[in-house]
Design a protein around this ligand. Structure first.
Ligand SMILES: [Zn+2]
Length: 404
């Protein structure tokens, strides 16, 4: 069997840093290709290389997608030989298929933990930074400008990055226009429609079917926890703000609260992450009745045990509670502790008329103090949702698909 192992001189230019690299290419245990020099080692599984062959019959450059039909993927295909030149790693396979990989392309797909962490935190989704009362003041004073976001892609990118990292942003200098929420969301993608429509108006309504449409206090909550696909981001435009003391906002970083509970009240934390709660909403909007139910814990974790979503709304917690009867009393203790911390850590502030508040609805909890609603003292807020998929996608496009 012909196995040519060569060294190659190659200049990498990822992340804006260029450096010379002398790479030795070799096959390891018949299953891997290793590219190595004194500074680094890149290791790629043979089957992954074949699966990701970039030739015209395996990959369609126009649609940027794999053409390989895995039903007929060769089962025992092996690396026959490898050859490297200054730009590419060339592979000849045991079934005579040939693949060629550009080194920059391979480097961007390095399997090392460090490279993968960089990709995941810089490009997949920005790593979040949780905040408490002190941190919030800095976030609130670093507000964004409406015109910058509308006209400048760099400002749009900074806004979305900040929203992803901190979960809350403020926008000032908005026109006195009912379409501000829509125009901001149009810059990213499109409004996420819910049972309550596209844009929704938060003002006191005498015929209210939802607590948000009353002028009384709103307990801390997340919106629509009774959806599996709960809207990711809530954008609120304070078109008219009440002149009296009421109508203040309360916000808390649910990930900060969860982390605090994990450290200081581990038993309560465990119950809140493992006990599945029924969230529901029974009502009708414009004469159309609906009954939403979604079952999920208050604190949802991902595969690595990190917080991925917080669900919380007392009015929308179902009377049905489909869990082991014996854990219920302890779960209520955990819930009480959670609520105590939520209110202790919540920030209070009042948006100025014209401001936009935008926050991560699957991370933050929000609330409102009551206010007097009279003919001369009204509060008129226009809200709209947008999903994280759409935001992350826009953010990647604005970063010029650096990792592709
Ligand atoms: Zn191919």
């Amino acid at each position: 069997m012909f196995r040519k192992i060569l060294s190659c001189q190659r200049t990498f230019s990822t992340s804006g840093i260029s450096y010379q690299s002398l790479l030795n290419a070799r096959i390891e245990n018949d299953k891997f290709v290793v590219l190595e020099n004194s500074q680094e080692k890149l290791k790629f599984p043979g089957i992954w290389l074949r699966d990701n062959c970039q030739c015209g019959s395996c990959f369609d450059k126009n649609t940027q997608s794999r053409k390989i039909d895995w039903e007929n993927f060769p089962k025992d295909v092996k690396i026959d030989s490898i050859e490297s030149n200054s730009n590419n790693l060339n592979i000849k396979w045991s079934d005579d298929h040939k693949s060629s990989f550009d080194y920059d392309w391979l480097k961007k797909r390095d399997f090392s933990k460090t490279s993968q962490n960089t990709y995941l935190s810089k490009y997949y989704r920005p790593k979040y930074k949780s905040w408490n009362k002190e941190g919030f003041e800095k976030i609130r004073s670093s507000y964004f400008d409406y015109n910058d976001i509308i006209h400048n892609d760099e400002a749009l990118k900074d806004w979305l990055e900040s929203l992803a990292v901190y979960g809350v942003t403020f926008i000032k200098n908005n026109p006195k226009d009912k379409n501000v929420a829509r125009k901001l969301i149009d810059r990213i993608g499109f409004i996420r429609q819910t049972t309550y429509g596209e844009e929704y108006i938060v003002k006191a309504r005498p015929d209210a079917t939802n607590q948000a449409y009353l002028s009384n206090k709103l307990q801390m909550h997340s919106d629509l926890p009774y959806y599996e696909y709960t809207p990711g981001v809530n954008l609120l435009h304070y078109l008219v703000q009440t002149k009296t003391n009421g109508g203040s906002n309360l916000l808390v970083d649910g990930f900060y609260v969860a982390d605090l509970m994990r450290r200081e009240h581990p038993e309560h934390y465990k119950l809140l992450t493992e006990t599945v709660v029924d969230w529901n909403d029974i009502a009708s909007e414009n004469g159309v009745p609906f009954h939403n139910i979604y079952r999920a814990p208050v604190i949802c974790l991902d595969m690595e045990g990190n917080c991925r979503r917080v669900n919380f709304s007392t009015p929308q917690r179902d009377t049905h509670f489909n869990v082991d009867v014996n854990i219920v009393p302890d779960w209520y203790d955990a819930l009480r502790k959670f609520i105590e911390i939520v209110y202790k850590e919540a920030v209070h502030f009042k948006n100025n008329e014209g401001d936009v508040l935008c926050f991560n609805n699957i991370r933050l909890l929000h609330g409102r103090t009551g206010y007097d609603d009279t003919d001369t003292n009204v509060r008129y807020v226009i809200g709209a949702f947008i999903d994280w998929d759409i935001i992350y996608s826009k953010l990647r496009v604005l970063k010029n698909a650096k990792y592709n």
